[in-house]
Write a new protein. Structure first.
Length: 288
């Protein structure tokens, strides 16, 4: 408790330096929050597309039901198929009517006879999708194969690039934060040299002198983390209606409360580590 009181006095005596330290920490944790949210959303989008039929094989009109069932069984026995759903002509007509229920003209022009039966395939691994699609194309009863490998592959590459950029940027900002914090704490130690000398003369231990500065760095880190988390959460909540409309059909929102709580907890833990490391480096350098 005594160390905390001393820490608070140090902060109050140099408010501009405290504001500078908190601002750089806030920027660091704001970046961490934004990239974490982006990665969370990207993973949700990828999972959504991976859970959907990734390949659809449309059968020829003359294809027999026994042949179509045989092809489905053959694919399922390969071990590469997560799910395989047969869609008959009548089911295809129901889907078509549901999708075009507001356009009576289109409903009158289409019957079950002109819609092909199809097989909707999801693979266990995205990498297996090309091989499965080639197998379907080679079948004499299949007229056309459509698959969305490019969509998933593009999203995956974007997510990987985003993760790399985020990690590099977070590391750079963390190092900048540490250097700035070391400088700020070092200036404070230099300003209190006379007080420190007096404390040493009356028998104060090295750690008794160090702890207030270490607590100060931890305070800057935690306060900056909370500010960064609040700003990023507010931006996400404010933009949720727009994003929900833009990503219509993809179940990302609402973001669960546990995500925000977990993000705050991890950032505070990281803030304590960054603040403590920065302060400890400063006291090692300036307190001989």
């Amino acid at each position: 408790m005594k160390f905390i009181k001393t820490t608070w006095k140090n902060i109050r005596r140099s408010p501009y330096q405290a504001v500078a330290a908190i601002m750089i920490m806030s920027l660091t944790f704001l970046t961490i929050s934004f990239f974490t949210i982006l990665l969370f959303g990207s993973s949700k989008i990828i999972n959504f597309f991976e859970s959907k039929p990734q390949a659809t094989a449309f059968f020829k009109n003359e294809a027999k039901q026994s042949d179509m069932d045989g092809l489905k069984s053959s694919l399922e026995s390969s071990g590469k198929i997560a799910s395989a759903k047969f869609v008959s002509k009548q089911e295809a007509l129901k889907i078509y009517r549901e999708q075009n229920k507001n356009d009576p003209l289109l409903l009158d022009l289409v019957t079950a006879d002109i819609l092909p039966s199809s097989l909707e395939i999801s693979t266990v691994k995205i990498d297996d999708l090309v091989g499965v699609s080639e197998t379907l194309k080679a079948s004499p009863i299949v007229q056309e194969v459509i698959f969305q490998k490019d969509v998933v592959a593009t999203l995956t590459s974007w997510t990987n690039a985003l993760r790399t950029i985020g990690v590099v940027l977070i590391i750079v900002l963390s190092l900048v934060s540490i250097f700035i914090m070391v400088t700020i704490i070092g200036i404070k130690i230099s300003q209190k040299k006379e007080d420190i000398e007096i404390m040493k003369l009356i028998g104060a231990t090295s750690w008794h002198i160090r702890w207030p500065f270490i607590y100060e760095g931890i305070f800057y880190g935690i306060f900056g983390a909370i500010i960064g988390w609040i700003i990023s959460s507010a931006v996400l909540l404010y933009s949720t209606p727009f994003l929900s409309s833009f990503l219509k059909g993809i179940p990302i929102f609402p973001v669960p409360l546990i995500f925000f709580v977990g993000l705050l907890g991890l950032e505070i833990l990281l803030a304590v580590i960054l603040g403590a490391v920065s302060s400890f480096m400063a006291v090692l350098r300036y307190l001989k």
